[in-house]
Design a protein around this ligand. Structure first.
Ligand code: FE2
Ligand code: FE2
Length: 171
């Protein structure tokens, strides 16, 4: 059984993961609106990955004999100046999520909650990957600059990220 404080913090994190799903879905719709279908499908896969993160936390809360609760999900930002501007928001958001997971881990240490510490280690590793990926794409977009042929080619490369990868990412 987890402490009340721990359950509340996990439920707050579940909300953040669902918000992330929503945020990336809105980014996917933005990419469709500027005719970048490859980026749009990458973002949809990213949204599915966030859904899987939320469900993994949901299951963990249940497994610890506690109850997941559901707060309202904030409306995501829908407009960006460019796909580069959008990815800078991705990086900022992932840094925010990393901070939140690190705080959860700190709480798990304070509460002597060993199972939560172990569970959170998976998320800490995942966040390193999330930030790294965002930084790499930002760099690629900087190289692309305003060259439309290069953006067209990068869009095709982004389309290569399958949804199967996202579905298995939380396992
Ligand atoms: Fe996540
Ligand atoms: Fe993420």
């Amino acid at each position: 059984m987890m402490t009340e404080k721990m359950v509340a913090a996990f439920n707050d994190q579940i909300n953040k993961e669902f918000f992330s799903e929503y945020y990336y879905m809105a980014m996917s719709a933005y990419c469709e609106s500027i005719d970048l279908p490859g980026f749009a499908s990458w973002m949809m896969a990213q949204a599915q990955e966030e859904h899987a993160h939320a469900l993994r936390f949901y299951q963990f809360v249940l497994d610890r004999d506690a109850r997941p609760t559901f707060a309202a999900i904030d409306a995501p930002k829908e407009e960006y100046d460019s796909v580069l501007d959008m990815f800078e928001h991705v990086l900022k958001h992932e840094q925010f999520v990393s901070k939140s997971i690190n705080e959860l881990y700190k709480l798990a240490l304070e509460e002597d909650d060993y199972p939560s510490q172990i569970e959170l280690q998976w998320y800490i590793t995942e966040q390193v990957e999330e930030e790294k990926t965002a930084k790499e794409i930002i760099q690629q977009l900087r190289w692309v600059g305003d060259k439309s042929t290069a953006l067209f080619m990068l869009d095709q490369k982004m389309a290569g990220r399958g949804t199967a990868e996202a579905a298995s990412a939380a396992e």
